[in-house]
Design a protein around this ligand. Structure first.
Ligand SMILES: [Zn+2]
Length: 325
């Protein structure tokens, strides 16, 4: 629990110049027709994609794009080869930051909430709000937010100017994750560059106060939504199994950070993993499960909209975008 990897707990401060340098040029045109230069105050437009999932409707919501520096992936020539074969890089690996809206007849649930106003991965985030509006969902309609882990690109959109964005939402978070970020002793041992991440997680959790439910491994956050501990990216990182009846989907969150690199090279560590070896073990376990069970996956950082399948291929895996919609 208290194993903290220095290099991973960088909150972006040291890596920001790399990210920011690329962020402007790589941002896609906005859905509302406004092109947006870096730092320009244009309201970002909606980017969303809705698909049926049994008794649910699932909508992928793009919050923004983070062109990650190549250096985030701890591998050598084999990583460069995968990126070249995918037509990516070498300067940046594009990583969407997505959240997912799960709707049923009586529930409106968000899984993660994007970066919001946070700029630790560069400017241009916060499109989730427009995406929700385009889906016909007002913030006060959301009755639960399920948090896979408390990094700023997943919880940043939960607050705006320090106040909760989702006034009527219960906040469900894995008990290990909530305990980790709110443990004063762990925070005291963490390196200086990790302190803002701890502080921000605590600010977000405090904003939701007594509306937080800590979910144990394998328990449902809501009917049909099961949280499963998948540690390594953070100590309490969770994936969420969505039981749509005839279709099962696993929201794998940050099990991978590049669908190209991490399926071909599942053991490659990633810059924000708290424990890269544990993250790799969790990655293989999750990939084996979804491949064997032929489950659909959705990922926070998979090419938008981020729905697909992961197939076993020799000693590694292959990602195939879903075409079921
Ligand atoms: Zn993430």
């Amino acid at each position: 629990m208290s194993r903290l990897n220095r290099r991973t707990l960088l909150t972006g401060a040291a890596l920001l110049p790399v990210v920011s340098a690329v962020a402007g040029g790589a941002r896609p045109a906005m859905a509302d027709g406004h092109g947006m230069a870096p730092g320009q105050g244009t309201t970002p437009g909606a980017a969303l994609y809705t698909a049926p999932l049994g008794s649910f409707r699932i909508t992928a919501l793009l919050d923004g794009m983070a062109p990650l520096g190549r250096g985030f992936f701890f591998g050598g020539a084999e990583v460069d080869q995968v990126l070249a074969a995918a037509g990516i890089g070498p300067d940046a690996v594009p990583a969407p930051v997505s959240a997912f809206l799960i709707q049923s007849a009586d529930r409106t649930i968000l899984i993660d909430a994007g970066m919001g106003q946070q700029e630790t991965l560069g400017p241009g985030f916060g499109r989730l709000t427009a995406g929700l509006a385009a889906a016909g969902v007002a913030p006060e309609d959301v009755d639960m937010v399920v948090v896979t882990h408390a990094h700023p690109d997943h919880v940043g959109g939960l607050i705006r100017d320090g106040a909760p964005v989702f006034a009527n939402a219960e906040l469900a978070i894995g008990e290990v994750e909530a305990a980790f970020w709110t443990d004063a002793a762990i925070m005291a041992q963490a390196p200086a560059e990790a302190q803002p991440t701890f502080q921000f997680a605590q600010t977000v959790l405090a904003a939701y106060g007594d509306r937080i439910t800590r979910i144990v491994d394998g328990a449902e956050a809501a009917p049909g939504l099961t949280m499963m501990l998948s540690p390594g990216h953070t100590p309490g990182h969770c994936v969420v199994r969505i039981d749509g009846g005839d279709r099962q989907l696993l929201m794998i969150a940050d099990t991978l950070h590049s669908a190209d690199v991490h399926t071909a090279l599942p053991d490659v560590g990633f810059g924000f993993d708290s424990d890269p070896a544990q993250a790799a073990a969790s990655r293989r376990r999750i990939f084996d499960m979804v491949a064997a069970d032929k489950m659909l996956v959705a990922g926070s950082h998979i090419h938008f909209p981020g729905f697909g399948r992961i197939l076993a291929e020799g000693p590694a895996y292959r990602y195939r975008p879903a075409t079921w919609m």
